[in-house]
Write a protein that binds this ligand. Structure first.
Ligand SMILES: NC(=O)c1ccc[n+]([C@@H]2O[C@H](COP(=O)([O-])OP(=O)(O)OC[C@H]3O[C@@H](n4cnc5c(N)ncnc54)[C@H](O)[C@@H]3O)[C@@H](O)[C@H]2O)c1
Length: 267
C-alpha cells in the first residue's frame, strides 16, 4: 500500500477509525499515522487491526488496537471507558458490510444486521464519543456513506443504511456545531477493497461501464479525502457530502450512453 511522506498535520491528535483492519479503514489509518496522528484502530477483527498497527509502528507511527463491534452500544461504552479523559480530535465511522439483494430477497435478519453495522454504528459513534470530541476544542467526524446513499440503489438494506448515514450526518452537523465538532459524509463509488470484490465477479466490470474515470478508486485516494475533512484545511466545511466516485453519480449514465453510441456495432 502506498503511504504518504511523513508530515505533522495531525501531530498531537487522537483519531478513532472503525473498520481499520481492511480496505479503506486500513488506508485511512496508515495515512493519518503518517501525518502524525495517534490512531485508535477499532475493528471486530483484531488480528487484521494488529497487522495494520504493526505496519504503522514499523513506519514510526502510533497506533493502538481496540476490539469493537460497531453494532454493539456496549462496545462503544467500553471504548469511551478506554479513552478516559483524553480528547478525541477525529472519528472516522468507516466500518461496514456489503449486501447486494433487493427487498424481496433480503431476510429480516440481514436487514437488521446491515442496518446495525452500517447505520446504528454511526449513531453510536457520534453519541458515545461526543464528550471526548468536545474536549478537543475543535474536532471532525467523517461518516463513510456511499454513492448508494446518493441515488436509487438496487440493494435494499445497503441503500437504506447509506441514505441513513447521510441523514444522521446532517443531524450531527447541526447538533454538534456549537461543540466545535464538524460532521461530514463521504460517498465513495467503486473502491478497490475486499468489500468491492466480494460477491458476483461481474459486478465490478459491469459497474465500471458507468464510471467516466474508467477505473475503481484506490483506497488511498479516498483516504486522502477523509484526511482532508479531518484536517484544519476543512475547518469551515460542516454538513457536506463529498462524492468520490470518478464521476459515476453525476455523469455515469451519459458516459455509458455516449460510449455505447461511439462504439460501432454495439447498437
Ligand atoms: N469498497 C467500496 O467500493 C465501497 C464503496 C462505497 C462505500 N464503501 C464503504 O466503505 C467502508 C469500508 O469498506 P471497505 O471497502 O474498506 O470494506 P472491507 O470489507 O475491506 O473492510 C471493512 C472493515 O470493517 C470491519 N467490520 C465489519 N463489521 C464490523 C463490525 N461489526 N464492527 C467493527 N468492524 C467491523 C471489517 O473487519 C473490516 O476490517 C464501508 O462502510 C463501505 O460500505 C465501500
Amino acid at each position: 500500500m502506498s503511504t504518504t511522506p511523513r508530515s505533522e498535520r495531525f501531530a498531537g491528535r487522537t483519531i478513532v477509525v472503525t473498520g481499520a483492519g481492511s480496505g479503506l479503514g486500513r488506508a485511512v489509518s496508515v495515512r493519518l499515522a503518517a501525518e502524525g496522528a495517534s490512531v485508535w484502530a477499532a475493528d471486530i477483527d483484531t488480528d487484521a487491526a494488529h497487522v495494520v498497527a504493526d505496519q504503522i509502528g514499523r513506519d514510526g507511527g502510533d497506533c493502538r488496537v481496540h476490539r469493537l463491534d460497531v453494532a454493539d452500544p456496549l462496545g462503544w461504552e467500553r471504548l469511551v471507558d478506554a479513552v478516559g479523559d483524553r480528547a478525541v480530535h477525529g472519528l472516522v465511522n468507516n466500518a461496514g458490510v456489503s449486501m447486494r439483494a433487493g427487498i424481496a430477497d433480503t431476510s429480516v435478519e440481514d436487514w437488521n444486521r446491515v442496518l446495525g453495522v452500517n447505520l446504528s454504528s454511526v449513531f453510536y459513534g457520534m453519541k458515545y464519543l461526543a464528550g471526548p470530541l468536545e474536549r478537543a476544542g475543535g474536532a471532525s467526524v467523517v461518516n463513510v456513506s456511499s454513492i448508494a446513499g446518493m441515488l436509487g440503489y438496487f440493494s435494499a438494506a445497503y441503500a437504506a443504511s447509506k441514505w441513513g448515514v447521510r441523514g444522521v450526518s446532517k443531524t450531527g452537523a447541526l447538533e454538534f456545531a456549537a461543540k466545535k465538532i464538524r460532521v461530514n459524509s463521504v460517498h465513495p463509488g467503486l473502491v478497490d477493497t475486499p468489500l468491492l470484490n466480494s460477491g458476483d465477479p461481474r459486478f465490478v466490470d459491469v459497474s465500471l461501464r458507468a464510471v467516466p474515470a474508467g477505473r475503481a478508486a484506490s483506497s488511498s485516494e479516498v483516504a486522502g479525502t477523509i484526511a482532508f475533512l479531518l484536517s484544519d484545511e476543512a475547518s469551515y466545511i460542516n454538513g457536506a457530502e463529498l462524492v468520490v466516485d470518478g464521476g459515476m453519480v453525476s455523469t455515469g449514465t451519459y458516459h455509458r450512453i455516449t460510449t455505447d453510441l461511439a462504439a460501432p456495432g454495439t447498437i
